[in-house]
Design a protein around this ligand. Structure first.
Ligand code: UGA
Length: 449
């Protein structure tokens, strides 16, 4: 099938690359010409494990192409995936101007019928607007557009594996014809007919995810409802963690035992600095906003958002307690990305921590396996080091902000000899308090004695 992907950001690239790997012909386009030039030159503009190898393979097999000419890309595909950004406005509402712009492009450039799929995360009822916009912008009533919603549930850092091995593929359609097209697109994934770069032919044998076919409104709601629920879970664990600190319990023990109940589940109960990234913070704001517009006060979600914002305050309480005066102290930050295995720093808790430390007069040195280049552009007045041990040299404290494996495996005995003071304030609960103490560290983390 001939597919067009509009928007070569994270979602667009992963979607385009994986669908090409599943055997479809994919045409990718983006208004950012530099990005298209990079892709044509074989460079991948984002860091995502396995993405470069599947793109390389797809190019070699002639399954994927890139163009900055949106019209050309639109005409090349029967099905168009809209993968453009929907950033938050001041009010929390999602800014849908890029979707509107793309609708106009599709309506004016298409010469034949298209199935237009919302892949970008959008608030419920966007499909209705999209359908109206396509009809309104179209110069002729001869070209027919169908709309579908196909929300993505990929996690940054494991996106390629998630695409090939989904728990569910949600497809919101208006009629059986669109449903049949969507089934065909995802058949290779559901039937496991693709080359999996993650497992190299040894994919887990459990059955493939379920294809859930719903209305467009339901599909849109499923996406926001899922992300918001996960965010609620994290904030819940964080409040439990605060309680554990007051009561003298251990949040790891509590959440582990809670999670053994399959109705609760162990995932997304990790206490610490809270959630960041470009999905949860903006999606819950958009969901609260959408609920408000239809007269539903999503009080519960507002509380989850408030709890998350307060995580940085809680962290600073710990920092202040341990360091006493922050001004003039040399602080080493381990981790900049909002989570491990990505170079994404959008809404990353580490950046809030750094900005606050700088405001309070600390000297900051930082490291991250992937996110230094991006952070340098927004916070230049920090000393960045590739080597974590260099980052820790002369530091009065080490602050762990991202759960990279590299940091989990650090040799703290060696690090201790480099630091001015053996003090670790761990925002991600990576180490055993007992072991750190045995190594002579003052060690603080979240919700643990
Ligand atoms: C999230 C969802 O997990 C995906 O299913 C969804 O497709 C995606 O948003 C999206 O809407 O595009 P992602 O933002 O990549 O994926 O990251 P997560 O792994 O969900 O982590 C989000 C944040 O929560 C991170 O800052 C992480 O450190 C934090 N987190 C996660 C916790 O603080 N505790 C936990 O127990 C789990």
């Amino acid at each position: 099938m001939r597919l067009t992907v509009i928007g070569c950001g994270y979602v667009g690239l992963v979607t385009g690359a994986c669908l090409a790997a599943a055997g479809h012909d994919v045409h990718c386009t983006d208004i950012d010409e530099k990005r298209i030039d990079m892709l044509k030159a074989g460079q991948v503009p984002i860091y995502e494990e396995h993405l470069d190898e599947i793109l390389k393979r797809a190019v070699a097999e002639g399954k994927i192409s890139y163009t900055a000419d949106t019209g050309e890309a639109i005409r090349a595909g029967d099905v168009i995936f809209i993968c453009v950004g929907t950033p938050p406005k001041e009010s929390g509402e999602a800014d849908l101007s890029a979707i509107d712009h793309v609708a106009r492009e599709i309506a004016t450039q298409a010469r034949g019928p298209k199935l237009v799929i919302e892949k970008s995360t959008v608030p419920a009822l966007t499909g209705v607007q999209l359908q109206k916009a396509l009809a309104a912008y179209s110069r002729t009533s001869d070209v027919k557009f169908e709309v579908a919603s196909n929300p993505e549930f990929l996690r940054e850092g494991t996106a390629v594996g998630d695409f090939f091995h989904p728990d569910r593929i949600v497809v919101g359609v208006e009629n059986e014809k669109s449903a049949a097209v969507m089934r065909e697109i995802y058949a290779p994934i559901l039937e496991r007919k693709f080359h999996c770069p993650v497992h190299q032919g040894k994919c887990p044998t459990e059955t493939a995810g379920e294809l859930v076919i719903t209305t467009i409104n339901s599909a849109e709601l499923i996406k926001h409802a899922s992300n918001s629920f996960l965010a609620l879970k994290i904030s819940y664990a964080n409040v439990i963690s605060d309680l554990c600190e007051r009561i003298g319990a251990d949040v790891e023990q509590v959440t582990h035992a809670m999670g053994l109940d399959p109705r609760i589940g162990t995932q997304f109960l990790k206490a610490g600095l809270g959630f960041g990234g470009f999905c949860f913070p903006k999606d819950i704001q958009a969901f609260i906003h959408l609920a408000g517009t239809v007269g539903v006060d999503f009080e519960m979600l507002k509380a989850a958002e408030r709890v998350n914002k307060q995580r940085i305050d809680r962290y600073f309480d710990k920092i202040r307690k341990a360091l006493w005066v922050i001004r003039g102290k040399r602080v080493a930050i381990l981790g900049l990305a909002f989570k491990a295995n990505t170079d994404d720093i959008r809404f990353a808790p580490a950046l809030d921590v750094i900005r606050r430390l700088l405001d309070e007069g600390a000297e900051v040195q930082a490291t991250d396996p992937e996110a230094i280049a991006k952070t340098k552009m927004v916070i230049p007045d920090v000393k960045y080091y590739d080597d974590p041990y260099e980052t820790l040299r002369g530091a009065d404290a080490a602050l762990v902000c991202t759960e990279w494996k590299l940091f989990r495996e650090l040799d703290w005995e060696r690090a201790g000899t480099l630091m001015t003071r053996r003090l670790v304030i761990d925002g991600r609960n990576l180490y055993s308090p007992k072991k750190m103490q045995e190594l002579g560290f003052e060690y603080y983390s979240f919700g643990r004695p």
